[in-house]
Design a protein around this ligand. Sequence first.
Ligand code: ACK
Length: 669
Amino acid sequence: MACTKPPSAPRNANFNINETALFLEWSPPSDMGGRKDLTYSVICKKCGSDPSQCELCGGGIRFIPRHTGLTNSSVTVLDFVAYANYTFEIEAMNGVSELSFSPKQFAAITVTTDQEAPSFIGMLRKDWASQNSIALSWKEPDYHNEVILDYEIKYFEKENEELTYSSTKSKAPSVIITGLKPATKYIFHIRIRTASGYRGYSPKFEFETGDETSDMAAEQGQILVITTAAVGGFTLLVILTLFFLITGRCQWYIKAKMNSEEKRQSQLQNGHLQFPGVKTYVDPDTYEDPSLAVHVFAKEIDPSRIRIERVIGAGEFGEVCSGRLRTPAKREIPVAIKTLKGGYMERQRKDFLREASIMGQFDHPNIIRLEGVVTKSRPVMIVVEYMENGSLDSFLRKHDGHFTVIQLVGMLRGIASGMKYLSDMGYVHRDLAARNILVNSNLVCKVSDFGLSRILEDDPEAAYTTTGGKIPIRWTAPEAIAYRKFSSASDAWSYGIVMWEVMSYGERPYWEMCNQDVILSIEEGYRLPAPMGCPASLHQLMLHCWHKERNLRPRFMDIVNFLDKLIRNPSSLHTMVEDILGIPESPGDVPEYPVFVSVTDWLDSIKMGQYATNFLVAGFTSLDLVSRMSIDDIRRTGIALIGHQRRIVSSIQTLRIQIMHIQEKGFHV
Ligand code: ACK
């Protein structure tokens, strides 16, 4: 055998930086040293203005997947600080590098981070504003093991840009800033201080102080905030709020504060407390006479203005048709018409119209728009905007693999935006799933199916649970299944499942696993693996939505912001899950996976046991070999169904993580 030697240095090193990550890329060395076992390692040095004064970066910087033993010619660097010079030395290595006495050959690249380093502060929320003050709060970031000493809040008048700014500090993730001008826009941003110094500033947020009409709302906020702070606890706030609502004490408080009805606009309407400027959802069931509710929230349409053209589907209460609606301005618009079939009971009519009473309260580009209802003649109808591409799940299945990742993220962004609107209005959907999203000809996705959100009778996916309700298990958060705790946080869980459905082009979540197995697997920490070709950042977001602890799931506002960032920064979608194997998958904990002993066991566990012979005949006889299979290898085994190929690829990604964890513990696979 000919002698072998270390490889030459990697070539064409270059970088790409955005506000959260630095991507290093290079080409393989021209001389491989006569071997195939090539890996790379990257050394980070932080340098002063004099390039000779460099020191090793130490543990402050994170490399994804890692900084040594890299098999791909790229790495992602996180947690760099702003306005610093870094030099990265990239060395190609092989099995004899350690034995060589010749000087190391590496490619060096210097990067100046004039961008803000990640701040880890998500969304900044305005809790209330008066003429001279604004109360802000934010989610305490999960800051690895570092203790957050305090937060610095920098703010200035928008008009004055940053010419003069003020700053204040807070130990808690909230602050009340006083001494501001009335009805003036201010810009705020925040940074964290830890023992190792300040982190980068959060993005800038703009909030306006109130005018004279806003002080009442602010005072309500202040009273609640101060009471809460004094007695310490969110639970008490909830109890107090409920107590106020039930006993009507808030009504008394509001009345006492009102100068005039017109000025304040606050009112108690049909048992629902309405705060100025905050539109809240009103449950139509609180109306004694539900037909009254439908007329409050939906327009009655004269049936002569509707032309039914064809039947497009079947709903729980009757046919769904497409047709035309003549508007008062004599324009014809395409509509979908849901009909209530004849011979209905009063109860069914009420349930049917319930959807219109809910939908009629919403006005958002990502929520299906109600045009009106026909209740005064037969058949009873609900008329909504027409969505050319029908429901999202079947649309994606029909167009498997046809869209770019950015298009898919755009759809997801729309759904998240609609859900943010609903959660801001205090509406919990309970049945968010791709089958309940409609798509129009411009690929705009809109949330639909509201009527049955309380009872879920209509959803073929809904199954009875031991707690008595009917629930679509695969889409529902564990706390909602276990004790019917539905909330916007449980909607966020379902949103994660919708993300998975979208990125897998309408694959069925958890495939053919039965509902009971799904519940048990979730309980044991199992989460759906990334669909094939799914960017790592999106799978991370899914895992975040599937956090066991519901308060740690992202809010829809966070989801919209996150997706917006990805859309603005498409390079962040280039890292696939396969590239970052080895970092913990979910925020915090890595699920413990079961350990398989044979390829057949593993295939059985992913419900693909029918392909055991294909794998064995093609020579993939051990899990180690399977874990290295490429998509072409999978096709070569003779598996023709794209959905099955995709499921196997996803499961191989999970398998690789399992194998890595086993190896990290010092065992051989
Ligand atoms: O998947 P689809 O084509 O989209 O089949 C179902 C069917 O009616 C029964 O619900 C379709 N559908 C429902 N609402 C609308 C709408 N607003 N625009 C177009 N199609 C709709 C749905």
